[in-house]
Structure formats: C-alpha cells, structure tokens
Design a protein around this ligand. Structure first.
Ligand SMILES: Cc1ncc(COP(=O)(O)O)c(C=O)c1O
Length: 382
C-alpha cells in the first residue's frame, strides 16, 4: 500500500503541476470576478437589495431549468426555509440519509423536527430507494392523507435525499416513492450544481432543491445558497420569509410574520454571476480530471468512484474506495503528510451526539463507505 500511495502522491503533484500543498478543492477567480465585485462596490448596493441578486437568481434558474430561484445567505438556511415551506413543523419527522454533511440534519433540527436516518446505495452514494420504500411501507401508516411513524406516532413531513459529492442519487425513483406515499421531496443539491440525472438537473425533481455556494463548492459566492422551485407561490413565500417578511412599501416597515434575514447580499451575488459565466468550463475541466484519475486508478489497481449510469456528475469531489479502515487511515496520514490534501467522508450523522435519539434504519452501506472512501484533490486546473 505504501508504494502505491507514494506513487499516487507523485501522480497528484504532477497532475496539478505543484510541489506545494495541494488542496482538496480551491476556488478559482480568474474570470470577471474582480470586475463585477468592484462594480458592485462602486454602486454602493452591497447588501441585501440590488440588481446582482435578481440577475444571479435568473442565471441559476436558467442553468438548472427551474422556474424560480431565491438567493439566500447559505445552503443550510436555504434547506431550513425550503423544509418549512414544504410543511415541516415542530415535532414532525424528516427522512434523510445518514451519509451527509451535518447541515442536512441541522436544517431539520432548526425547525424542531426529528431526522430519521436511512442508508445510501454504493452505486450512487445517495439515499437508497429500497431502504426508503421499506421504511415507508413497514414503519409508517396512512391516516387522513398523511404518513405517520408507527413507533413514534409522529408525522413524516418530508424526504431529503442528497446528491453526494456531486453524484446524482436515483432521484426519479425517489420522487416516485415520495409521490406514492404522499410525502414532499426536498433535494439537498448543495454539492451538485452541474450534475444531471437522465438529462434533468439535480435539485429540480422535488418541491424544492437547494444549492450551496460555500467557498469549497464548484462555484462560490463566498457564502451563499439558492432555493429553486417550479411553484410560483412557494417561490414568493421563500423570498418573503428570507427578507424578514417585510411587506413591500416605499417607506412603511410592516412585517406580516416572523421572518428571517436570510437574503444573499448583492456583493456575494456579483461574485456568483462572474462564477456562473465559468461553470460550464469548470464542469468540463473537472470531468477531465476525473477521467485522468480513472485511467490512473485502473492502471494501478485502485478503485475510483465513477458516476452512476444514466447520470452526468460534476465530479465536485473525486473519490477512491480503499480496502478497509486501516488502509484508509494509512492513506490519509501519508498523503496529508506529503502535502496532498485528502479527507474521509463525514462521520455518519446518526453517530453525532445530538442525533443519538434519532431513529435510524440499518446502515451497512453508510458504514462501509465511511470506512473506505477518501476524497482526493479535485480543484479546477488551469
Ligand atoms: C450536503 C450539504 N448540505 C448542505 C450544505 C450547506 O451549505 P452551506 O455551507 O452553504 O450552508 C453543504 C455544504 O456546506 C453540504 O455539503
């Protein structure tokens, strides 16, 4: 393993043309980023009102093929607002996958709802349709058009699959299951801008999709997120709720409900617009890198994680599947020590202290992936 790892380190250094620290995913600002941000500063409209926000919303809606987009301060709050508008209330349950970043379950907790953690599939790294069906069929019952958990008596208010590392989950099938059991679908598409399932963009299958533009994502606004939906009333409600629920008026301050200050600032949207001009190039560049890794892995007896059939992945973070926990830890130690940044997957969410009392299904695939998968350097190379 050690020789194989040394060889891999040399390959990464050569591929990125650097002997210095090679990050997991660095942002790239070699387009019109400085120009558009400078213009925004000159305009003095740097905060939560301004033309860049509206234009950035249009850019994203057009690109993903959604009817409406609402720009927010980050993906986490975007998920919280989307879930609230999907009908999630205090005391409800929301089904999601155990293999995700903490933000997925945090957004559920913020609404005082309870996450239920199900397994993922190895072929997509996303929510397992069979596990979802089994849970809804065996562990819930229908009452007055809603689903209730047999054990806890709580209402199942939403399902939140996540498109892990940019790989699309089997979202058509998940959507069918959600329709059959009449549970709203909200997609955590934080990592999957530029990823398509059967030709349709991820995040556009459910009632809502939510993207993140954190500094480590495929495009960044510094911090930021976007809620997309095809429903005009829900889009209007999302904008209202994220702009302190202020009723539009030339001078009057009247807020018709308890809203949030979650609107994306114009300054961040300006950066986002410049990044959107480059998204297509970023996706192509990252797919080329994935192809180089794939060839390398094949020639060196490594298991590279490929996009699932029928989908086009943005390859946000490339990944290798190693043999076991011991080889994973050895690989992480050697590569990081050599200045090649690699990371394991997130600790499964059910194992975080604040999720201790949450219901979980059997999680063999989650556990196996957690013990074996490593993310490897995936920045856009110019
Ligand atoms: C799966 C997932 N969900 C949600 C988020 C939250 O996004 P943000 O950091 O913009 O709040 C992220 C990324 O950070 C993520 O990776």
């Amino acid at each position: 393993m050690s020789n194989q790892t040394q060889d891999f380190i040399a390959f990464v250094k050569q591929t990125f043309g650097s002997q210095g620290l090679i990050p997991l995913h660095a942002p790239n600002f070699e387009g019109r980023e400085k120009e558009l941000v400078a213009k925004c500063i000159e305009s003095t409209f740097v905060s939560s009102v301004g033309p860049e926000i509206v234009e950035f919303e249009k850019d994203i809606a057009r690109y993903v093929g959604a009817k409406h987009a609402v720009a927010v301060v980050n993906g986490t709050q975007g998920l919280q607002v989307a879930l609230r508008l999907a009908g999630v209330k205090s005391g409800d349950e929301v089904i999601t996958q155990a293999l995700s970043f903490a933000a997925t379950c945090n957004s559920i907790h913020y609404l005082a709802a309870h996450p239920v953690f199900l397994d993922v599939e190895e072929s997509t790294l996303g929510l397992c349709p069979a596990a979802l069906t089994r849970f809804l069929e065996e562990e819930t019952l229908e009452q007055d058009g809603a689903r209730y958990n047999r054990k806890t008596g709580r209402r199942i208010a939403a399902v939140v699959p996540m498109h892990t590392l940019g790989f699309p989950a089997k979202i058509s099938l998940i959507k069918q299951i959600c329709s059959r059991y009449q549970v709203p679908l909200v997609e955590d598409a934080a990592e999957s801008l530029g990823s398509f399932f059967e030709g349709k963009h991820t995040g556009t299958f459910g009632l809502f999709g939510v993207f993140s533009f954190n500094g480590n994502k495929i495009i960044t606004t510094g911090g930021g997120g976007m809620i997309v939906t095809d429903d005009p009333e829900l889009a209007k409600a999302a904008k209202h709720l994220t702009t302190t629920a202020k009723v539009p008026h030339t001078w009057e301050f009247f807020h018709d409900q308890l809203g949030y200050n979650f609107r994306m600032p114009n300054l961040n949207a300006a950066l986002g617009r410049a990044q959107m001009e480059r998204l297509e190039g970023f996706v192509q560049n990252k797919r080329q890198l994935a192809s180089l890794y794939q060839t390398y892995a094949k020639e060196h007896g490594l298991h590279f994680v490929k996009e699932p059939k029928g989908s086009l992945s943005n390859y946000w973070l490339n990944a290798l599947l190693l043999d076991d926990l011991t080889s994973r830890d050895a690989f992480l130690a050697t590569t990081n020590q050599a200045g090649v940044m690699t990371r394991p997957l997130w600790t499964p969410l059910n194992r975080l202290p604040y999720n201790q009392n949450c219901q979980t299904g059997p999680l063999p695939v989650t556990q196996n992936l957690y013990e074996r998968l490593v993310n490897i350097p995936s920045s856009v190379r110019l």
